[in-house]
Design a protein around this ligand. Structure first.
Ligand code: P6P
Length: 335
């Protein structure tokens, strides 16, 4: 029985053997993992912890916040403020960036997160998760860190991942050397490596999209889904299955585990918005993970990681997963 490899050992080896990650980044990832463990503990208490239901407040997105949204946000802020590896944080749940208080040492990294993605599923006991992305603070931040320092393309990420709170609590991470998965061993209280060098099959028979929005989609998306629905008698020559968890972390985890395509496209309900999902702390980290696992991620036309952000809470259309399927959708948009 080979020795269990902990997240700590995996990160030390990434630091020592490959020189890929400096110690400050290793420490930052470990702090985020510990925060996710604390969030998992709150999530699994559910009604017993009095953490379900709405907080009767709205976030910057105009969405009603759940109690657990706020708890998860506070856990991540408190865990990461004092360590000395961060300069500032940004969250789906906060209007603007959160600077590390002057009483703590300032670090070289910027942390962005969706503290609890899939909030509509919290009260019905369906998988939810924390998504995070790490950028380097630009060198010349004279006068301190500002929101503009966060506006870097997804290509600039130095670490990205998510923690899914489902039947297992699993941390999925990339630092640019493929994708690794760590399952929380609750008896030991540590994340243990359970998958490494994750690979997404280039083809699939499974698509994930919210079908109730069909009448609002653009023609290329409608064409792609119609062809999937036509099954083996149609132009694709094979039958497709559909999944939609309405938690991006759960749909992406399934795709990393067995392939598939996930789409949240532009639709005409909000013509001035490119899509529903947020670029900086949902699409970018998920896109890097998917590409690191051999998949593809576009906004329908261009790589998501190439998009130069203009605003912190900018939205984007998302088409990601099995490479050949994403390329087909992109081809329909560009034809
Ligand atoms: P809909 C969750 O609120 C989320 O941001 C993603 O996790 C998920 O993929 C999507 O929205 C679900 O949206 O419109 O199907 O509820």
């Amino acid at each position: 029985m080979s020795a269990k490899i902990s997240l700590t050992r995996y990160l030390v080896e990434q630091q020592r053997v490959d020189g890929r990650i400096p110690s400050d980044l290793r420490l930052l990832i470990e702090v985020v993992a510990r925060a996710c463990k604390a969030i998992s503990h709150s999530v699994e208490k559910g009604a017993l912890g009095g953490v379900l239901g709405s907080a009767d407040k709205e976030n910057v997105q105009g969405e009603v916040q759940k109690k657990l949204d706020i708890i998860a946000n506070e856990v991540l802020i408190e865990a990461n403020e004092w360590g000395g590896h961060l300069a500032a944080m940004a969250s789906e749940e906060m209007d603007t960036i959160h600077l590390v208080p002057n009483r703590y040492p300032q670090g070289e990294y910027l942390l962005l997160f969706d503290p609890l993605d899939g909030s509509s599923n919290i009260d019905v006991n369906v998988s939810i998760g924390t998504i995070f992305s790490v950028l380097k603070k630009p060198e010349a931040t004279n006068g301190g860190v500002s929101e503009a320092d966060f506006l870097q393309s997804g290509n600039k990420q130095v670490a990205a991942g998510y923690c899914i709170y489902g039947p297992q609590t699993t941390l999925v991470l990339t630092v640019g050397d493929g994708v690794a998965m760590f399952t929380l061993d609750r008896e030991q209280g540590s994340f243990v490596l359970t998958e490494e060098h994750v690979k997404i099959p280039a083809d699939t028979k499974e698509f994930a999209i919210n079908m109730s929005n069909m009448r609002h989609w653009d023609a290329p998306v409608k064409r792609y889904i119609d062809e999937c629905l036509a099954g083996k008698e149609g132009p694709r020559g094979k039958d497709f299955n559909m999944r939609w968890v309405a938690s991006m972390v759960a749909d992406v985890h399934r795709i990393l585990t067995r392939g598939g395509i996930f789409m949240y496209p532009w639709d005409k309900r909000e013509p001035d918005k490119p899509g529903k999902l947020r670029l900086m702390y949902e699409a970018n980290p998920m896109s890097w993970l998917v590409e690191q696992a051999g998949g593809a991620a576009t906004d329908g036309r261009q790589r998501i990681l190439d998009i130069q952000p203009g605003k912190l809470h900018q939205r984007v259309s998302v088409v990601l997963g099995s490479k050949n399927e994403v390329e087909r959708v992109t081809g329909y948009h560009l034809s």
